[in-house]
Design a protein. Structure first.
Ligand SMILES: [Zn+2]
Length: 178
C-alpha cells in the first residue's frame, strides 16, 4: 500500500517559533524542546554568550558549574565542569539522555523523513520473515535430500512440507508489503 504524498509541505509549516528567539532568526523549534524541558528544572540559571549556566543538580554547590548549549537541531549539550556526569545531572532532575534530543512530531516531518520512519518500522517484520524463509528453506532442503537419496516421504513429512510452503508464502507477503 503505497500512500501518495499529496499534501504540500512548506518549510516551517506546523512549527512554532520559539519565543526565546527573535522572529528574524531562521531558527524554529517544536513545542516542548529539550531546552524547555530542562531549564525550568534547574536552579540559578543565567544566560551566557553561548547558552546558559546553572547550578549542577548532581554535585550541588552555589557555583554555576553546569553549562547548557543548544545545537542548531534543538539538541542540548549539557556539561558539568565539576562532576562531568551528564547522566547523573539529568537523573537528578528526572530526565534521561534521550530528553536532550529534539523529538519531532510526525506531522512536522518531510515526506522523505516519514518514508524513512515507515521503512524503519518494517525492519523487525522483515527480519522475522527472513528467519521464516531461512528455516523453512532448510526443511524443504532436508526433504529434497531425502527424495534425492531415493527415500519416500511419509504423511507427516508431506504435511510438514505443505506447512513450509504456506509459511514461505506468508513470509513473501510480508516482504512484498510496503
Ligand atoms: Zn556536577
Amino acid at each position: 500500500m503505497n500512500r501518495p504524498q499529496t499534501r504540500q509541505t512548506q518549510p516551517g509549516k506546523g512549527w512554532v517559533q520559539d519565543r526565546t528567539h527573535n522572529n528574524s532568526s531562521a531558527k524554529v523549534t517544536t513545542i516542548g524542546t529539550p531546552l524547555q524541558l530542562l531549564l525550568p528544572r534547574l536552579e540559578g540559571v543565567v544566560t551566557t554568550g553561548k547558552g546558559w549556566r546553572a547550578r549542577c543538580p548532581n554535585c550541588g554547590g552555589k557555583g554555576h558549574k553546569l553549562a547548557i548549549v543548544e545545537g542548531d537541531n534543538g539538541t542540548l549539550l549539557v556539561t558539568c565542569f565539576s562532576c562531568h556526569d551528564t547522566g547523573a545531572v539529568l537523573a537528578a532532575v528526572g530526565l534521561q539522555m534521550g530528553d536532550l534530543f529534539q523529538r519531532r512530531h510526525y506531522r512536522n516531518m518531510t515526506p522523505a523523513e516519514r518514508s524513512q520512519l515507515r521503512q524503519a518500522a518494517l525492519i523487525p517484520r522483515w527480519r522475522a520473515a527472513l528467519e521464516v524463509l531461512s528455516h523453512e528453506a532448510t526443511v524443504l532442503l532436508i526433504a529434497a535430500n531425502k527424495l534425492g537419496d531415493g527415500d519416500q516421504l511419509d504423511d507427516a513429512e508431506l504435511t510438514r512440507m505443505r506447512v513450509a510452503a504456506l509459511k514461505l508464502f506468508d513470509a513473501q507477503e510480508v516482504l512484498n508489503a510496503r
